[in-house]
Write a protein that binds this ligand. Structure first.
Ligand code: FE
Length: 210
């Protein structure tokens, strides 16, 4: 039995041949390398990189690159995604309670939660794109395309909801004819957050599988 490593996400496959598609990130068969080969290549690459860095003066590494490195080292994307993943479900729950018990204070709580998530979204999306480019070679497999689509759906849904609520503070009130459309957009955002989180978890935790 040979061990094969996905060069996109690091997933390890054991078998005579690599799988047709990586079960973690969806990368093609051609992205797999035999693990002995992968381990031979990696130190060389690291040497090349360190030589390049050595040639450059420390000042020539831009502040932006330093911040990006710091961001990746400290896993800012998995940390920041806890904001939409944790707070969007809370907002939906508050809204459901507000609708059932006709509590305007819960509706207001749901709205404030959404505002907070919307403010965090630029960090979530930016760190996600950097991580995709740096750790996953910007691979355009179904997993990453789905994650990016989900991120966009969440951003657009939140923008629509927050702007709608600003324009019409009574949109979720019992008398409002639009309250169910307003609610449905929450459900769309919740679905997108859940799917992106599920795929992210698969990528992060699948990688450590040996
Ligand atoms: Fe993979």
């Amino acid at each position: 039995m040979i061990k094969w490593k996905c060069t996109v996400c690091g997933y390890i496959h054991t078998g005579d041949e690599p799988p047709d598609e990586c079960p973690m990130c969806g990368a093609e068969k051609s992205e797999f390398v035999e693990i002995a080969v992968a381990e031979d290549i990696t130190p060389e690459l690291e040497d090349e990189v360190s030589e390049e860095v050595g040639d450059n003066n420390a000042e020539r590494i831009s502040l932006f690159d330093k911040l990006v490195d710091l961001m990746l080292q400290n896993h800012l994307h998995p940390i920041s995604v806890h904001t939409p993943n944790g707070i969007v479900p809370a907002a939906v729950l508050f809204l459901v309670l507000a609708y059932i018990f006709q509590l305007s204070s819960f509706e207001l709580a749901a709205y404030y939660n959404l505002v907070f998530v919307l403010l965090a979204m630029p960090v979530v999306l930016f760190t996600g794109i950097v991580e995709w480019q740096k750790h996953y070679k910007g691979a355009r497999t179904s997993v990453f395309i789905t994650k990016i689509t989900c991120g966009t759906v969440v951003l657009v849904s939140l923008l629509v909801l927050v702007l709608w609520r600003i324009a019409d503070p009574e949109v979720a009130a019992p008398a409002s004819s639009s309250r169910w459309i307003y609610f449905l957009i929450h459900i769309i955002a919740l679905g997108a957050v859940g799917l992106a989180g599920h795929l992210g978890g698969k990528l992060v935790f699948g990688r450590s599988r040996k």
